[in-house]
Design a protein around this ligand. Sequence first.
Ligand SMILES: Cc1cc2nc3c(=O)[nH]c(=O)nc-3n(C[C@H](O)[C@H](O)[C@H](O)COP(=O)(O)OP(=O)(O)OC[C@H]3O[C@@H](n4cnc5c(N)ncnc54)[C@H](O)[C@@H]3O)c2cc1C
Length: 478
Amino acid sequence: MDSAPQAPSLPPEILTQLQQAAGPGGWTLDAHEIAPHLVEGRGLYHGTCALMVKPATTEAVAAIVRICARHRIPIVPQGGNTGLCGGGVPDGASVLLTTSRMKQLRGIDPATHTMTVEAGMVLADVQRVAAEHGLLFPLSLGAEGSCQIGGNLSTNAGGIAVLRYGNARDLVLGLEVVLPDGEILGSLKSLRKDNTGYDLKQLFIGAEGTLGIITAAVLKLFPLPRDQATGFVAVRDPQAAIELLGLARQRSGDAVTSFELINRLTLEYVLRHMPGTVDPLADPSAWYVLVEMSSSRADAGLTTALEDCLADAIERGLVTDAAIAQSEAQARAMWRLREEAPDAQKFEGGSIKHDVSVPVGKVPEFLARATNSVEAHLPGIRVTAFGHAGDGNIHYNLSQPKGADRDAYIARWAEFNRIVHDIVQDLGGSFSAEHGVGKLKIDELVHYKSPVELATMRAIKRALDPDNIMNPGKVIIP
Ligand SMILES: Cc1cc2nc3c(=O)[nH]c(=O)nc-3n(C[C@H](O)[C@H](O)[C@H](O)COP(=O)(O)OP(=O)(O)OC[C@H]3O[C@@H](n4cnc5c(N)ncnc54)[C@H](O)[C@@H]3O)c2cc1C
């Protein structure tokens, strides 16, 4: 959406101060090294910065921020740069601060199921370290091989296990943050209970770096699953999927970890474009569910529970066919069908994306109303809907009509936003379920939040960041 980057600069004396604060190996002006940090993954935004800093400690982050605060220089925190709303892309003569050198494990306590990590630890490494101690860090998403825990917390990431464990917000006990004036808000507590006024950490979780820079966190861990059952299920329609969710939760002792809805077109894109993927079922169905149950008890009998549940659901007319994974490899193959959905769409031309949530029971109504509306608005538009139906969160993506001009189609993004998001609003939902606001959805925020909500958000932003140096131009314009 933005155009090509130019490299702006800072006054030499300020540049020197920042370089000294970042320390040896803690900064770069190398355009090749900086380039991948200036573009959002889908290429929607191209940014600029005057310097990229790579501090290795919280103290170095604080020193850098203090200099920026003194000289009112915008500073943009960035983790793995996998965010999908342009939130980590800097503009103008800003300082881009990557947390990629802050990867330390500060501690893990298997007895109390907690672990303290620095912001730059890659999510997959957090999961791996927990697993090495026989524990689970349940946050899991397609970008886990490169996104960082600081970015996950800053976007309040969701993913495939929210139904069971909650989203990132629910997985944090304590937080260390560098505030926009360079003060360190050190609150790395592992308290399960702390009713001492405002829960400050929750302000920074989901703030997308607009209120401060998260440098470390105390995370909640859980027992590792010892029994798992995964099924790929053809359902009658989305309403049947929601009824199946209730049934599966009851029949499994509430062991449903993931419940992903996928429409046929999404599956067709994956089968067409992703080598090695196979349809687990003989006949096509308009809608599918990928369901996973898990338990920390090895003898939980989840495969039997899933079989019984599906047999019952077939009898009730909710399910038309199903395959249950007989091995880890089969379960992985089923998950690939879901995980490859975002990439598979790229081969089908322009895609206008919506990451929405509605109350779980309203998912069928949302899908029916939105699809009727967008198809009436642009005949030939192709709806690829998939996502975390168990959380009421659908990635409602619209591929361009076959043969349409990609750029002309993408230019209509705001038009389709209005159609889809108005329906979401009418159903009491949210225009951004898990990817955040960043730059991409600022107009939507202004459009859909109430005046009181907007005023409260602006008051918080102004109180913490009066000079608007912390990731300006993202989420909320003060
Ligand atoms: C293939 C794919 C699948 C995905 N699936 C999901 C999914 O299922 N669920 C989901 O929620 N998201 C998903 N995402 C989006 C993305 O991975 C998440 O938003 C992730 O949490 C971003 O982490 P990151 O480290 O890459 O953050 P970045 O992209 O680097 O930054 C994201 C935002 O957080 C801010 N930020 C980063 N680090 C810090 C910090 N330390 N302190 C303060 N602010 C900071 C940035 O300024 C920016 O505003 C997916 C992305 C891809 C590419």
